[in-house]
Design a protein around this ligand. Sequence first.
Ligand SMILES: Nc1ncnc2c1ncn2[C@@H]1O[C@H](COP(=O)(O)OP(=O)(O)OP(=O)(O)O)[C@@H](O)[C@H]1O
Ligand SMILES: [Mg+2]
Length: 327
Amino acid sequence: MPTEAIVAHGLTKRYGKILAVDHVEMKVPAGSVFGLLGPNGAGKTTIIKVLTGLSEITEGDAWVAGFDVRHDPMHVKQNVGWVAAEVILDDDLSGWENLWLQARLQRLETWKDRAEALLKYFSLGDRRKDKVSTYSTGMRKKLEIALALLHQPQVIFMDEPTIGLDPNTRHMLWELIRGVHTEFGISVLLTSHYIEEADALCDLVSIIDRGRFVATGSPDELKSKVKADLLEIETTEPVSEARFRAIPGVADAKPQGKEWVLRVSSAEEVLPRLLSTLKPEGIRRINVEKPSLETVFLDVTGHRIGQEEGEVMDYRKFYAQMRRARQ
Ligand SMILES: Nc1ncnc2c1ncn2[C@@H]1O[C@H](COP(=O)(O)OP(=O)(O)OP(=O)(O)O)[C@@H](O)[C@H]1O
Ligand SMILES: [Mg+2]
């Protein structure tokens, strides 16, 4: 196994006039969990498609599991697993039959021991003979991951592995994904627009916005780059930017919808000053945000990842995919 699971230089993908991936540099150490964090349309899925050889690279070079994606796509395909955001299971077959089908499709000769081990790892052993149509959403996702691991890949790509799942199931999957990496030594690249997911799961995170990597580092490194607290404030009467900026400790003030977002040196120090200064206008709501991947994202891109909006989108997208898959 090479020391790097994935390397990319100047990786670029155009769809006609759309620049979906824009000169990306990547270095994913073997045995790590790497996260691509970004909003809808940022280019996350496209990066997976070009790295797995499913879609042609427009410009630049990439190596996955030590193989050159442009010149040796067959070896790349043999050494990677892919968990798509779309559902790929056959509902009319049992869990075991889905594994059997996957083995047939990939022409695997010895797969049964591996399949047994995977069913055990994902606690699906006692439901192996049941049709997948009777599985819960979390069980389906686990089976999908098991299918992607059947041929013993070195690197697994997971496109939004917890999309549309409730928080408990999501947390259970986080454990299992971390386990895949620690127990089987497989490198993981996953995409997400959940900040907490990237924070909880990833050794390294690249924040992607409009096809470009805008920041890369461990979640802690990224958070430590933002040395400010954010205060979101909504007042009953309008307040001018100058009034905010005149308060000692306020580094920046930006309007965001009906609110203001203030960057402050320390929320604890600035809050009392803010409360006394804004007495006449009246404060409707204040929210204090300590550095998080969300604030890093806001800091480097100037906008939020749009998580709440994203979640509604998620469910729509997820059910649309389920419907398509079941037709
Ligand atoms: N086959 C395609 N043809 C044309 N444009 C495409 C194609 N696939 C993706 N794009 C465009 O490339 C850009 C990146 O899309 P991509 O699917 O990679 O985003 P994403 O980060 O995965 O978003 P999401 O979070 O919604 O899944 C978007 O502008 C999208 O419209
Ligand atoms: Mg996507």
